[in-house]
Design a protein around this ligand. Structure first.
Ligand code: ARG
Length: 461
């Protein structure tokens, strides 16, 4: 079957090898629900403007729905001669309705059609990602009450730094995923503009109503410039970037939890339903889901690179290169959606190894900063207090004890102004309680943040 796009100008049929090289049906078939919706909106508009009759519009609409059901059921054969999903649907319509079907492509080009389909598809996919991100945030927030009394070391340079509450860690990730959700929402605003009606590149001489199709398809507005619209894939690149940022956040989290689940850290027991075994070492429980979350993030970042390179040298307006936007974009959405789907239950099902965490919590002098700040509060200049506490840490290291186990005499040898009250800021628990500035980790501050997040995620109980 020869493609309906080959007009009378062609002197020979398409070379088979070209058909195989140029087809996109193998990856754009998944756009069929969007293509059908766009075509129905277009047909209704054509009828409203008098280009087809109301009866013809109804026939087209009913037949398009039937074709949609067949595509959904895998009943419509896909053939590379028909190149892409747009041609498959149009050809099926023509096969069934003859000349009535031949009218649908009035005032339309595949250039505005594919752009509209992609905008519809990306909009739905962004909405799904937002829901999945919210579910992951809810999984982190959902742990906060149960883990409220667990203190963990916070790290900088992967060296033990200061103590924080476990929920402070959980909310750190909630914040990252919140920024991702903001980016999703912002990206969606520019996705949600209707391309339909710019036709190939210059618009159309036929009297159409772009606003009608835009409203029908739930778009906020119509794109203002036909030349720009025909070429514009910013919305594809932007969503590719939004997904790459999510991939980066997921990957960092996965890396952290892989480390935390090691014997060396001993912080976390991962749910066994999300782990795999070793074919030779019977004792192994491996964090493969987290490793693959980290590993697959590379694909999503690579896809963004592919998309950037794809468009960078294109002259206005539509160029066939743009067909290549689909595999990387679809892959990024598929990968992120799959990773998010596993991340939420994995977060909910992991257990903190409380005893193992507590047994080593006083290692690493997590309270050194609060001791320094205690001296500052007594009037000592920061640089002097910093130097002095460094000396005390050195002394404690030589004795092999935490700061809280240095005798008052030893402490006073370094800082004569100290008295017994100093022990009230030593030790991880006292130090955590001391970090009270806005956004910090004291139990009161964290409780405020947890409460605010419960409200934000609509889970206040
Ligand atoms: N399969 C094409 C794509 O995905 C559809 C648009 C083709 N337009 C054209 N003028 N050949 O970009």
């Amino acid at each position: 079957m020869e493609s309906p796009s080959r007009s009378g100008v062609f002197e020979s049929k398409t070379d088979d090898r070209v058909e195989r090289f140029a087809e996109s049906i193998s990856f754009d078939a998944r756009l069929f629900p969007q293509d059908i919706r766009g075509s129905i909106a277009h047909a209704r508009m054509l009828a409203a403007k008098g280009w087809i009759t109301a009866t013809e519009a109804t026939q087209i609409e009913m037949t398009l729905r039937e074709i949609g059901e067949e595509l959904a059921g895998g009943k419509l054969p896909l053939r590379i001669e028909l190149e892409d999903i747009h041609m498959h649907i149009e050809q099926a319509l023509i096969d069934r309705l003859g000349d009535v079907g031949r009218k649908l492509h009035t005032a339309r080009s595949r250039n505005d059609q594919v752009s509209t389909d992609m905008r519809l598809w990306v909009r739905e996919a962004l909405d799904r990602v937002d829901v999945a991100l919210a579910a992951l945030q809810a999984a982190f927030v959902g742990r906060c009450d149960a883990d409220a009394d667990v203190i963990l070391p916070a790290y900088t340079h992967l060296q033990r730094a200061q103590p924080v509450l476990a929920p402070h860690y959980w909310l750190a990730y909630v914040e990252k995923f919140q920024r991702d959700r903001e980016r999703v929402a912002d990206c969606r605003r520019r996705v949600n503009r209707c391309s339909l009606g710019v036709a190939a590149v210059a618009g159309t001489s036929l009297d159409i109503d772009r606003r009608m199709t835009a409203t029908e398809l739930g778009f906020d507005s119509v794109t203002p410039n036909s030349l720009d619209t025909s070429s514009d894939r910013d919305f594809v690149l932007e969503s590719g970037f939004v997904l790459a940022m999510i991939a980066s956040h997921l990957s960092g989290w996965a890396e952290e939890w892989i480390l935390w689940s090691t014997v060396e850290f001993g912080f976390l027991k991962l749910p066994h339903a999300f782990c795999t075994g070793s074919s030779i070492m019977p004792q192994k429980v491996n964090p493969d889901v987290l490793e693959l979350t980290r590993g697959k993030s590379a694909r999503v970042m690579g896809n963004l690179q592919t998309l950037m390179l794809l468009v960078k040298n294109l002259p206005l307006a539509y160029n066939r290169d743009l067909q290549e936007d689909k595999p990387p974009l679809f892959d990024s959405f598929d990968t992120i959606e799959a990773a998010l789907e596993l991340a939420a239950p994995l977060v909910a099902g992991a257990e903190l190894r409380r005893e193992s965490i507590a047994a080593r919590l006083e290692l690493g002098y997590l309270d050194a900063t609060t001791l320094m700040e205690y001296l500052i509060a007594q009037g000592m200049p920061q640089r002097r207090a910093h130097h002095l506490v460094g000396g005390l840490v050195g002394e404690a290291m030589r004795q092999g004890v935490p700061l809280a186990e240095l005798s008052l005499d030893t402490l006073r040898e370094h800082a004569p102004e100290l008295d017994m009250k100093v022990y009230g800021v030593l030790g991880a628990a006292n130090a955590v309680a001391a970090f009270r500035s806005e956004g910090s980790t004291s139990p009161e501050r964290v409780a405020e943040q947890v409460a605010a997040w419960k409200v934000r995620l609509g889970e206040a109980d």
